[in-house]
Design a binder for this molecule. Structure first.
Ligand SMILES: Nc1ncnc2c1ncn2[C@@H]1O[C@H](COP(=O)(O)OP(=O)(O)OP(=O)(O)O)[C@@H](O)[C@H]1O
Length: 228
């Protein structure tokens, strides 16, 4: 069964700024959910609420019925939610293999298999800094998968990548989805999001502006007016 994600009436404020404004959404169909919106729309804040680094002022976020807003980030990870970051968070002094082995519960066999799946089988003993940026992104994905998540949150994974690197990464995201893991993809590269997603959410000023298939969202005049 695919992961069930529920965001119920979530509000986040930073001083006078309302980053999320009574946001409510539900997803239980698996697949790739694309989350787009202008700068400052609240995309990263939503990821931070789900992964436990920002506490909402009100509302709840549930994964498979468990309230994430009461759990610390490491408990959320164990509850089945993994994430990647806008700025890579890798251990520069450790090898590629050891970077995956730092994930609690990951065995060497699992780490090798995941690294082979993301195309890094030849790079096990290298340091992350020796890899091109696109391969560092793959390593980050392997670390996320080592948590055996039901939901993966990807925060701007294509930023700074050349076209061919981003196409390869998108293909990897499809494979993650095909393993039954739900993917929430926050990304400024809107054409890529529309191409790969099964459902697209558009945020504006912390609230949902649109929600539908890529075709529906791309054809929505309100979305065009405000964002596209
Ligand atoms: N830690 C913080 N302190 C103060 N304001 C914040 C903080 N984090 C986010 N904000 C504000 O909340 C709003 C939403 O920010 P958020 O980063 O979630 O948007 P975003 O859609 O991810 O934007 P971007 O596409 O630029 O990454 C913005 O107005 C931002 O300035």
């Amino acid at each position: 069964m695919s992961a069930v994600l529920e965001v119920l009436d979530v509000t986040v404020r930073f001083g006078g700024v309302t980053a999320l404004d009574r946001l409510t959404l539900r997803h239980d169909g698996g697949g790739i959910i694309g989350l787009i919106g202008a700068n400052g729309a609240g995309k990263t804040t939503l990821i931070n609420v789900l992964s436990g680094t920002v506490r909402p002022r009100s509302g709840r976020a549930l994964l498979d019925g468990r309230d994430l807003t009461t759990l610390r980030p490491h408990r959320i990870a164990r509850a089945g939610l993994a994430r990647t970051f806008q700025n890579l968070q890798l251990f520069g002094s450790l090898s590629v293999l050891d970077n995956v082995l730092t994930v609690k519960g990951a065995t060497a066999d699992v780490a090798r298999r995941l690294l082979a799946e993301v195309g890094l089988a030849e790079d096990l003993t290298k340091r992350p800094g020796e890899l091109p940026y696109g391969r560092q992104r793959r390593l980050e994905l392997a670390r996320a998968l080592a948590l055996e998540p039901r939901l993966v949150l990807l925060d701007e994974p294509l930023a700074g990548l050349a076209g061919s690197e981003s196409d390869e990464l998108l293909e990897l995201f499809r494979r993650v989805r095909d393993r039954g893991i739900t993917v929430l993809l926050v990304e400024h590269d809107v054409p890529s999001v529309l191409r790969i997603s099964d459902r697209v959410l558009v945020l504006e000023q912390g609230a949902l502006l649109a929600d539908g298939t890529p075709d529906e969202v791309a054809a929505d005049p309100v979305v065009h007016e405000a964002f596209l």
